[in-house]
Structure formats: structure tokens, C-alpha cells
Design a protein. Structure first.
Length: 92
């Protein structure tokens, strides 16, 4: 299961998130910090994958609202990405 971690510090790295969640007793399987296509800068959020929904929910409960690198985290279940192409079809 994937979770969304928002309000990340721009300097946050995957290793920082790995350490933060490990300190909470929860180890993510994968961490993805998206970057802007044009500038290459981090977008201020991450997606983390866990082996089960129970582990992901425990991560959400433990990390949501916590301070991480001077920012209050917004952590919840990741929603499927919208298809922007179909959302703009027919509009002119």
C-alpha cells in the first residue's frame, strides 16, 4: 500500500524519510520524492510503499502531524493519479 507524505522540507532526502519512519518502528519498502520535470526541484511531497495496509495505516497514524525537519507532516493514504488528458478533453 502507498501513502502520501506532504509538507516536506525542500531539503528532505529519501534517507531522511527512511530514518524518520524507522525511528517510529516502521520501515517503508520504497520511497519516491517526485521532482519538477522542468526545474528538477523537489515538489515538497513523497510517496512511500509498505508491505501491508496495516503497516501503512500504522505509519499514517504515527507520522501525521509530526514535526519533520521543521515542518508539520500531512500523511494519508495515496490516491490514484488522475488522468489529466481525459479531464481536459472537450474543453476549449
Amino acid at each position: 500500500m502507498r501513502i502520501f507524505v506532504g509538507n516536506l522540507a525542500w531539503t528532505a532526502e529519501a534517507e531522511d524519510l527512511q530514518e524518520f519512519f524507522s525511528d517510529l518502528g516502521i520501515s517503508p519498502l520504497k520511497i519516491d520524492i517526485p521532482t519538477d520535470r522542468e526545474s528538477g526541484k523537489k515538489r515538497g511531497f513523497a510517496f512511500l510503499e509498505f508491505e501491508s495496509s496495516e503497516t501503512a495505516n500504522a505509519a499514517i497514524d504515527a507520522a501525521n502531524g509530526q514535526d519533520f525537519m521543521g515542518r508539520t507532516l500531512n500523511v494519508n493514504e495515496a490516491r490514484p493519479r488522475e488522468d489529466h488528458r481525459s479531464a481536459t478533453r472537450g474543453r476549449r
